[in-house]
Design a binder for this molecule. Structure first.
Ligand code: ZN
Length: 209
């Protein structure tokens, strides 16, 4: 895959009630946002080197939006987003727990190199279709996460309005829209595969370094 350039990488935390519950978190009243450096984005293919010796690494399978043009108030998702894909918001969970305890930013836990594998993108098929299509993650052949965008606490339109009006959205920005329940540990040698509507979009093998 040729090198792709993305700009701002926004991520939504706790956007599925079942996931908030499994992590022991309250359901947020407005979108919980954080960012990853664009350098975190790597193709969902081949072998991925991840930090070893930094505690547990968790997978979070997420629907990802690619923004095509600048946000303006009243813009509809269909007009702003030209393509979508699936991604992994890889998280150093033990590091994140420690950062939370200390009240520090999440960057070391969420923004390390390779922390945002992304499949090939495909044309946005309309909100209705995106909302009602299952996406899933298989680990070593077993489905460990599955979700529907219709179960998001903050739907796509709310997310783009919230992010666009406060922080801005422009061509090349990505939005990782949050993970459904089923997050779990990633180990060296694991094979991770992301599926959209039963079709394999991207796969990688983890190597710890
Ligand atoms: Zn996430």
């Amino acid at each position: 895959m040729t090198k792709r350039q993305f700009h701002n990488v926004y991520c939504v935390g706790r956007n599925y009630a079942e996931h908030a519950k499994e992590m022991g978190n309250a359901v947020p009243e407005s979108p919980l946002l954080f960012m990853k450096p664009s350098h975190a984005v790597v193709p969902m293919e081949g072998e991925l080197a991840l930090p070893g010796g930094a505690g547990d690494i968790h997978h979070e399978a997420e629907l990802v939006l690619h923004v095509a043009k600048p946000y303006a108030p009243g813009a509809r998702v269909e007009d702003l987003v030209d393509r979508i894909g699936l991604g992994l918001d890889l998280t150093l969970r033990d590091v994140q727990s420690e950062l939370k305890k200390q009240g520090h930013p999440w960057l070391p836990a969420k923004g390390f190199r390779g922390s945002a594998p992304l499949t090939a993108l495909f044309p946005f098929p309309g909100t209705e279709r995106v909302t009602n299509t299952e996406f899933s993650l298989r680990k070593n052949g077993e489905t460990v996460q599955r979700g529907f965008a219709r179960d998001m606490i903050f739907p796509l339109q709310t997310l783009v309005d919230f992010i666009g009006s406060r922080f801005g959205l422009g061509a090349g920005d990505l939005i990782f829209t949050g993970t459904p329940s089923g997050v779990g540990k990633v180990s060296g040698g694991d094979r991770l595969e992301l599926y959209w509507d039963g079709a394999l979009l991207g796969a990688l093998t983890v190597r710890l370094q």
